[in-house]
Structures are given as C-alpha cells and as structure tokens.
Write a new protein. Sequence first.
Length: 275
Amino acid sequence: MRARDIPITAWIGMAGIAIAFIFALFAPWIAPYGETQVVGDVWQLPDDKYIFGLDNLGRDILSRLIYGARTTLLVASAATIISFSLGVILSFTAAVSRGIVDTVFSRFNDLMMSIPTLIFALVVLAVLPQNMIVLILVMAILDSTRVYRLGRAVALDVAVMEFVEAAKLRGEGKLWIIFREILPNTLSPLLAEFGLRFAFSILFLSTLSFLGLGIQPPAADWGGMVKDNKDGIIFGISAALVPGTAIATLAICVNLVVDWLLKRTSSLKGGRGDA
C-alpha cells in the first residue's frame, strides 16, 4: 500500500487522532496552566489570555481539555485493548473448539448482551469502589461481548477453510490454529472493529463521567467537563460546548479511519483487502 492510495479523509482522521495523542502524552508541557489550577473568575469569557475561557471554578478550559485528553484516551485505550483481547481469544476458542465450549461461551455472551449496557455499568459502578482500574475493567468486560460476536463470525468462516483443516490434520494445537492460521487472516475486519470499539469507549466513558460514575473530580476528562459546565449554557456560556466538540471531533476522526479500513477489505474471506 502506498501513501497516495490513502484517501484524504483517512489522512484527516489519522491527523486528528495523532494530535489528540500528542496532547495526551505531553500535557504537562503543552498546557498553559495546571490541571486543577484556579486562574480567574468563574465562567470568564474567552479572551487573548484564555482562548476557551474559564470553567465553573475559574480553571483554564484549554488546559483542562489537554489534560482531559490524557485521561480520556488512557481509559478508552486500555478498555478497548482489554475488551478486544478478551473477546477475540474467547471467540476464536469457541470457533475452533465448537461443541459444548462454543455453546456455553455463546449463550453466556447472549445473556450479557441482553442486559442494557449503560444500566448494567451504572449499577456495577455504583456498588464497586470508584477508581480508574474498576472503571476500565467494567467497560472492557461489557464491550468484549460485541467483539466476541464479530470474532466468532469471522473465525467460523476461516475455520472451515482448507489450510485450517490441513493444520488440524498435521496435529497442530488450538493455540497454533488460533494465532497462526485464523488471526492473521481476519485482521482487516478486526482492525476496523477495534477502531469502532475505541470510538464507542470514548463516548461510553464520557457518558459515565457526565452521569457522575466515570472519572472522578478533580481529574479532568471531557465528559466530566461537560457535566461541570452544563449549567452555564442557560446563561449563554459555551464552556460545556468545548469538551463536547472535542469528543465529537475525535469520534469522527476515528470513524474516518475505520471507514477507510472497511473499504480496503474487499472480502471477508481471509480478512485481506487490496494491497
């Protein structure tokens, strides 16, 4: 694949994601003020000194937006990686094993998917200690059910192909078949699904924080910033719109890249797109 074959929309998406991760990695050096530093009056309007103005406690919105990128991307990335690893391993194991293993895994997955995700997360997070590790694990477990469904579907398509049957006849074990035969031949749809799950994790985290069960104050995250400043909208203060725009922009950038990955997948067979 050559760089000129990548559409401009995908380049825009990758640029947006790269900027967000740069902010997250270098937040202490990029942000003009500290994450919790009060620098002026409540809901001060944007000016030359404060580009996006100040929030409900007089903190610089730009600085909190930059620090919020670190928190939001860390939690969303960790939850997506864990959910994807868990979902893919379990779904591929079910597809290769079939029989009782496939039945038990699939019926349990159906049970989990039948429960409304947001309600289940709110109940669990209200009972368990509110910290970042618990939040990541709850998001990952709930999201892994969606990954399992896709992973099992693509794995079943590949598992019946001749090269997999040949590997079984050679006496290869299940781990060999999963990681050396099935996984390399399903990468394109799985990578696209990874992007979708990442975007969903960002939106889901923002929703939980807005409802008060996500990232806890005084740590900055974009959903929490919307919650903190939502009352200002009544008075014409746009402080809540800035993090809301950041959430929407990042989600759109991820989807632009995912769209390109999906278009490269010319066929589910082998999970390969055009070179």
